[in-house]
Design a protein around this ligand. Sequence first.
Ligand code: CTP
Length: 402
Amino acid sequence: MLSGKTVVVGVTGGIAAYKTASLVSALKKQGAEVHVIMTQNAAEFIAPLTFETLSNNRCIVGRDGMFDRNFEYDVKHISLAKAADLIIVAPATANFIAKAAHGIADDMLITVVLAAKCPKLAAPAMNTAMYENPATQDNLAKIKDYGWKIIEPAEGMLACGDEGKGKMPEPSELLQHVLLEIAHEKDMQGLSVLVTAGPTQEPIDPVRYITNHSSGKMGYAIAHAAALRGAEVTLVSGQTALDTPEGVVRVDVKSAEDMYKAVAKYAKKADMVFKAAAVADFTPKTTADHKIKKDSKQKAGMSIELKPTKDILAEIGQNKKKGQIICGFAMETEDLLKNAKAKLEKKNLDMICANSLRTKGAGFAGDTNVVTIITKDETTELGCLSKLETAERILDAALKLK
Ligand code: CTP
């Protein structure tokens, strides 16, 4: 996702510096050209050679290269600053943040940072008291004002033994912040997108419910892809085991009724709605207040009376706002296209993504899907793609309808 992009990773002197090696490795795996610049103090925590090996580029330390007299016409801090599509400083110490806030350019890292016009991310990591110190907070507010994005430190046990805020987030999370900034052209900037995902749970009693096999992966992939493209994304999610994609606001729901209420609220301002959730069509007529016991009467068997739920998609289709794009999903086991087209018509949708549980590579739990996108004028078979690639194509199709 980052091929053709140049990322400068700044490493300053904190114990979290060892974790930055994994970030550099992850950025390389995404195809980025990576240059690491360390402060002199950072080199006390991790060797420059580690970064050189992982990035395949010379790692600059402290004031290295600032006053080179090698007659190569390449002013390093300017050339790196110009080449960078993004700079991430992780960990960012209180000292670095103070220098960035006041423009004190006394080593290569801060010099490159000041000369660069690209997006800049900082992941502050330090002792809680240092982090909470008003001077540090003022400096953070200042650099935020200058356009930096601050990746909030996590809470937990710190290396110094204190407990509190100040831990650098895991490299996988830092990578998501980088991807959010530069992985994709921001062709959905300014659009508000509502996505639903995952299964609903219909309660029978306080310990039991009716649900389905939905993993939520397809809806989460759409939310993730839309956020990467700059949309403002709300994800209304049933219970899943998935992490919320970076840049996405998640609203948790349980039953079909909860999902209906959340969708009714957020659909009002949405420019696009993608209803990937597997909503129960029926729910128990009553929910028992106490755990249902298997008393003697029920030994012969028991039945649960069900009543229909609201068809959320059909309701928002009927109340569609002008210019709003509504996309449904159809998971079928027979007559895929016929059934999907009927749902497109009946629910007043702009597009529907059909997939068959019978097709290899499609379905709930896997990381791939085989989707056919149906609009009023076109039917496009996508073939077997990762759920993220499928999501990209679904968003492309939705943007074409705008
Ligand atoms: N859907 C919904 N509310 C429901 C049921 C379904 O919003 N109560 C939405 C799903 O999120 C999906 C689409 O409708 O986008 C189609 O869901 P699906 O289960 O395939 O079809 P149904 O309309 O429920 O019809 P059937 O179960 O008869 O196939």
